[in-house]
Design a protein around this ligand. Structure first.
Ligand code: NAP
Length: 253
């Protein structure tokens, strides 16, 4: 059984990956993971291939995912890790528990799902880690969120090098601002800390670019020329300047 697995498929980019990926490629089954079962069931009705709904909180229930893999012994053609969340705001506005939860989901759960899935992958299999443009620089007022995404970038690139011999591809997908439910949560704690967003993408646009770059076998995918230029600048300018530019945009300097 050749399957695709997508976490965070109940909304935003994960759901869009499910739509675009299954329109472009054939799989025996798609496994979709998130906490909201009703959303996943709705997606299942929309798609034309067999879909297995796994309503799991990935910060607490990865052992159930491991048990299912062990029972089914699937061949995993592609894993897309899109579960994640962010909280924006000043260091003393974001509750400590939210900071811990971001690390648990964006870092620990992503590593757990990746490591648990790898034994079921063979030559030609692919892993797409939904990362972020904030992975490339320290981001005041997104300090923990940005750090979780820097972790994903480092982990994914190193893992890609290790998996080269097994011919398994790993790509870190690093979009800028994408209009999704992400901001319903991110802005709960933000107050007036983050007020400026330079350019918005739709989930459709971002995902199209991610899948295109995956086909091109890129190690890191950054949608749009503006964001590529930003990454270039960030890599070459002193970190203090980069943070000051961001703070100026947020009218904090
Ligand atoms: N939107 C942006 O501007 C942007 C930019 C760069 C990167 N990203 C990254 O893109 C990824 C997808 O975000 P999005 O923009 O598509 O936001 P979204 O619409 O809020 O999607 C987040 C997904 O994560 C799932 N999720 C949250 N907590 C979970 C948990 N404990 N266990 C399992 N699944 C969980 C949610 O499903 P349930 O609530 O049903 O569990 C949802 O399906 C995230 O990693 C985010 O950091 C977003």
């Amino acid at each position: 059984m050749r399957i695709a697995i997508i976490t965070g498929a109940s909304s935003g980019m994960g759901r869009e990956f499910a739509r675009q990926l299954t329109a472009a490629e054939k799989f025996d089954e798609l496994w979709v993971i998130a906490r909201r079962a009703h959303r996943l069931e709705k997606l299942k009705k929309e798609l034309s291939l067999p879909v297995r709904v796994l309503a799991l909180d990935l910060t607490k229930e990865t052992e159930k995912y491991a048990a299912l893999l062990a029972a089914e012994q699937p061949e995993v053609s592609i894993l897309i890790n899109s579960s994640g969340f962010g909280k924006f705001g000043r260091y003393n506005q974001i509750p400590l528990q939210d900071c811990m939860d971001m690390i648990d989901l964006n870092c620990k759960a992503l590593v757990a799902v990746t490591q648990l899935t790898l034994p079921y992958m063979t030559a030609g299999s692919r892993i797409l880690q939904v990362d972020s443009l904030s992975a490339f620089q320290p981001v005041p007022y997104l300090n923990v969120y940005g750090a979780t995404k820097a972790f994903v970038l480092s982990y994914s690139q190193a893992l890609a090098a290790e998996l080269r011999d097994r011919k398994i591809q790993v790509m870190a997908f690093c979009p800028g601002w994408v209009k999704t439910e992400f901001f319903d949560h991110a802005e709960e704690t933000s107050g007036d800390a983050v007020v400026y967003y330079n350019k918005w993408f739709t989930a459709e646009e971002a995902v199209r670019c991610g899948l295109k770059d995956l086909k091109k076998r890129k190690l890191v995918s950054v949608p749009s020329l503006t964001n590529k230029l930003q990454v270039f600048g960030v890599k070459h300018l002193p970190t203090r300047w980069v943070m000051n530019i961001w703070l100026k945009q947020q009218k904090k300097r």
